[in-house]
Design a protein around this ligand. Sequence first.
Ligand SMILES: *[C@@H]1O[C@H](CO)[C@@H](O)[C@H](O)[C@H]1NC(C)=O
Ligand SMILES: *[C@@H]1O[C@H](CO)[C@@H](O)[C@H](O)[C@H]1NC(C)=O
Ligand SMILES: *[C@@H]1O[C@H](CO)[C@@H](O)[C@H](O)[C@H]1NC(C)=O
Length: 493
Amino acid sequence: MKSFNAYILISLFSFLICVPALRAFEFRHHDNDELIAVLEDVHSRCPNITQVYTLSEKSVLGVPLYVIEFSSHPGHHQLLVPEFKYIANMHGNEVLGRELLLKLADYFCEHYLADDPAIKKLIEQTRIHLMPSMNPDGWQLSTDTGGQDYLLGRYNNHSVDLNRNFPDLDRIMFGNEQAHIEHNNHLLQQVDHLTEPIQPETKAVMRLIMQVPFVLSANLHGGDLVANYPYDASRSGALTEYTKSPDDQTFRHLAQTYASLHHGGMADKSRSGCGSDGFNFGKQGGITNGAAWYSVQGGMQDFNYLSSNDFEITLELGCEKYPAADTLSQEWENNRDALIGFIWQAHIGIKGLVKDALTGKPIANAVIHAKNITNGRDDDIKHDVTSVHAGDYWRLLTPGEYEITAFSPGYSAQTRRVKVDDLGEGKEAMRVDFWLQPLLPPPRPMEDDDVFDLDQDSNPSPGNSEYETYNDLLKDRLRSKWIYNIYKRAAAK
Ligand SMILES: *[C@@H]1O[C@H](CO)[C@@H](O)[C@H](O)[C@H]1NC(C)=O
Ligand SMILES: *[C@@H]1O[C@H](CO)[C@@H](O)[C@H](O)[C@H]1NC(C)=O
Ligand SMILES: *[C@@H]1O[C@H](CO)[C@@H](O)[C@H](O)[C@H]1NC(C)=O
């Protein structure tokens, strides 16, 4: 009897010491059930700094679309804290990003628990959303068929390429340029027709983009080795043509940051190209303008830039779309510093608050315009950002001198000159606040719903029941009117 008890104790003990081993992250291709298991495991180890949430829609085959968030206050937008996202596996057969994001989640948690000062600082100063798979159905099809086909599994289960399924805002932007219409941001209100119904996976991400005030993001793909930046669609309609966005310099800097921190040769000028299309992006330092490679309409990258305050680039993480499991650990080493260093880029440029100079009330939806005056230049950057919930805004900028102007209806505009320095990793954006003088007659008296409560719990965000703030701001300006019409139309088809 006694020895029997001892046997049970020993078994129990060995079971207990086995548990951490079971939990250790394994480099392999995680299926759709294992994906959420990894995220839940990270959340259970790091409950104070994580939240796992699902998007509003599931995939066509009913798989939930999961996101894990890292923040010092999970579930909440915090005043002046920039929001960042990585989305991977939008093309179901491009799978490296999916595994890298699962590992990144594990790494953040592990290093936070180990008191790694750099990771703690990053998470305290940035709200980071990681979405390992936007196309779990395509991943399944690709995996079930051996993972080696160039196209099989790329599309969602309705055979739609999700990276062509976003409303084509480039066309609207280029039309505005030609017609000298100044409207250069948050362009969804101008959408009057769609070329195809919006897929549930696309719709889910569109909602996310409308709901969270992202500042910076990347879309993780595979099939080449290059950091690709806007615009993805050519102005003239040509198949290949360098198509500058107003933020070309900033986007080149962002893409270069990823490429130069990549230890697998992305920026290596002497490497060979991936394939038969004749491009060797190493020669260009590992970066390319999207349309200069090939023109894409309805892509997610440009949609982010033109529908919200977010700056997005597209990362092609390797020649192999579905790399063998035994290469994943090396790929993590190749990409780790780049993945982390790129998140720090959410802190370049300036950020601040826009407030009513008389009442101190925050002004949401103020327009922030930048003019580049470096070395006597006088160049308006024709892409404005807007302030969000509590009057907070972020404006990514490369080093230089700028005139920054804040506008809001009912106020006189205010302009400030700023010098933006080259910040190293670990630094926050320079703070530039605006106090706008109300124009006469004075604004109507404050009403209850005008009061911006900075209490954490009143800041809705995905994962808690309210979840609509940024969207509501846009609605106020009629900017998101069209998204609801689009949904209705898409649902009718
Ligand atoms: C989480 O927060 C609680 C309360 O502040 C604290 O006692 C605990 O140590 C924290 N846990 C981790 C893993 O940081
Ligand atoms: C959709 O999913 C079903 C069930 O897994 C599969 O048999 C079919 O090939 C898929 N179709 C496409 C177009 O992906
Ligand atoms: C502003 O001009 C300077 C000097 O030409 C340049 O280095 C910088 O990148 C420009 N900034 C932006 C945001 O384009």
